[in-house]
Design a binder for this molecule. Structure first.
Ligand code: ADP
Ligand code: MG
Length: 335
């Protein structure tokens, strides 16, 4: 496999008052291989969207990416790019789709206008040729009757169709990487599954890498090769999807699993993790999950590094010292 994206020690800060800064993204590292899907999972407020915006230097001011952060796109040092060079990678090498297509689509232009513009922004070709290409793209993302849909305005389409149009626009530039930030959150379950299906097919047919951002572990199974779980600005568990589902190890990840509704088995009350993600200014010292963690112990006062639980499976929790040493605990038992 060839590596298409490497993020190393990404730190994003915002002014925190009194001349201090807060770090909603605090030392995030991950890699993406060609044709691979990495899911970035965590509750709202963990820093997922800022992480994805940083990939294109789109962190809104007064936020900034701190010195020492590294984003490599193939051989390109993204954080060294400016102006035209930066614009060239936006869309063309990394495409983005967001949660709410209504805010990203322009309400006064037809689907055709928007896709054709997307194509012409990146490739020199005649308008008629670009229109043909737009039709193909609509077919590729599973839009029925694409000739008719080309003439439609965004408000004339259902939420699922709008999201497909967004994906078609992102694909128009033929990016190597597609970043999908909560692409299905606003959609009902059936349409969610269809959109994820489209992403999966594109990854296979185009060899595209996908960064799938979601707060919902339930949509990750069967869709992602690897999972990075984020909490309070840091990756707290990272492994293959198979290993994560077989052996979710960080108490936060276990909490996320406990709050995913099950289709099979007896209907149980869900156990969401108590409390919510605090604002970055209020992240505790030591283990950031400590105040919400049912398994916190005295060592949690110290900040844990990413530690191996098993081969190719890391977590940021001192319990890894026990699990990694072979005394694996069953999820749910107290230490
Ligand atoms: N423009 C901004 N100004 C100040 N703080 C921000 C801004 N955008 C995000 N943040 C802070 O960064 C944290 C992470 O945000 P975000 O990346 O959107 O999280 P997620 O996508 O995981 O929900 C939030 O708690 C928020 O307080
Ligand atoms: Mg977000």
């Amino acid at each position: 496999m060839s590596r298409v994206l490497e993020v190393e020690n990404l730190k994003i800060s915002f002014p925190g008052g009194d001349h201090t800064r807060v770090y909603p993204v605090d030392g995030v590292s991950f890699q993406l291989e060609r044709g691979q899907t990495l899911a970035l999972v965590g509750e709202s407020g963990c820093g997922k969207s800022l992480t994805s915006l940083a990939l294109l230097q789109l962190v809104p001011p007064p936020g900034r990416i701190e010195t020492g952060s590294v984003i490599r796109l193939g051989d390109t040092d993204v954080l060294a790019l400016q102006g035209e060079a930066l614009r060239r990678i936006r869309g063309r090498r990394i495409g983005m789709i967001f949660q709410d297509p209504m805010t990203s689509l322009n309400p006064v232009f037809t689907v055709e206008d928007q896709i054709v513009e997307g194509i012409l922004a990146h490739f020199k070709m005649a308008r008629a040729k670009a229109r043909e290409r737009a039709l193909q793209l609509l077919q590729e993302v599973g839009i029925p009757d694409p000739e008719q849909r080309l003439k439609a305005y965004p408000h004339q389409l259902s939420g699922g169709m709008r999201q497909r149009v967004m994906i078609a626009i992102a694909l128009a530039a033929e990016p190597e990487i597609l970043v999908a930030d909560e692409p299905t959150t606003a959609l009902d379950v059936t349409v969610q599954a269809q959109i994820l299906e489209v992403l999966d097919r594109l990854r296979t047919s185009r060899g595209m890498a996908v960064l799938l951002i979601t707060h919902d572990l339930g949509i990750v199974a069967g869709r992602a090769d690897r999972v990075a779980v984020m909490y309070a600005g840091q990756i707290i568990e990272e492994t293959s999807t198979g290993r994560l589902f077989a052996n979710p190890s960080h108490p936060y990840t276990q909490g996320l699993f406990a709050s995913v509704p099950r289709i099979t088995g007896p209907l149980k009350r869900l156990n969401p993790i108590r409390g919510s993600v605090p604002a970055p200014a209020a992240w505790p010292s030591g283990c950031r999950f400590r105040p919400r963690c049912p398994k916190a112990f005295d060592k949690s006062e110290l900040e844990p590094p990413l530690l191996p639980v098993e081969p190719d499976h890391l977590m940021r929790c001192w319990l890894a010292e026990q699990q990694g040493a072979g005394t694996r605990q069953e999820p749910g038992t107290k230490s």
